[in-house]
Design a protein around this ligand. Sequence first.
Ligand code: ATP
Length: 245
Amino acid sequence: PPGDSGLVVRDLAVSYGPVLALRGVSLDVPRGSVVAVLGGNGAGKSTLLRAVSGTLRFHRGGITAGEVGFGGTRLSGAATSAVVARGVVQVPEGRRVFARMTVEENLRAGALGAPDRRSAAEARESVLALFPVLAERAGQRAGLLSGGEQQMLAIGRALMAGPRMLLLDEPTLGLAPMMAARIADTVREINARGTTVLLVEQNAAMALSLASHAYVLEVGEVVLSGPAAELAASDEVRRRYLGIE
Ligand code: ATP
């Protein structure tokens, strides 16, 4: 039904001053799905998420063409707070938690601007059920957590806003394989509970195991897209774009 669509990106171009970072990018993230965007360093993955979340301006960037819509309304041009209010929440790259605040304080910060009237206590409970380790560490400074725990906190903080859609920027970057697998399981669980996910990853194998559909970005353009299983099975794709032998 109208108003029930997921994320729609059409012919998007983004520049940082003279640097053109994205051009002609179109993609769809149907409601309830997990969609992955793959690509190497500098391909424009983070830029795409910033364009959706309304945080481009904090990086001196801007949308120069195209649009972004979610749930039938226009997101492009909206302030970050308005994007969050529509239920679209970004987990920033590099798991930027507030290092000197406690785990509990980080979670509480995530509840600010929550789009629904669900109580913060209820959100907190479901986040702690998903990540029990955060309950154990509630009073600890976030900067003292391991990398994997910080990623859990970054995701947990985003979930405190009760998002309809989560934007994940390389959630497994720099994590040991076991921890990366745990984060992947968590993303699966979050999606199973009804949250739509746009996942940006260099870890193609992991991303393709989670996503139903994937797009490959190269130098700011979509060079390939298709069902994740098809991309994962294609020898050419594996060699050329995914670095899997
Ligand atoms: P990475 O995995 O390294 O983060 P990425 O795929 O996320 O890569 P982006 O960070 O989106 O890529 O960068 C896309 C292009 O835009 C690159 O050429 C990058 O140098 C440029 N870029 C990114 N941020 C800025 C900025 N704040 N100012 C100028 N250029 C930028």
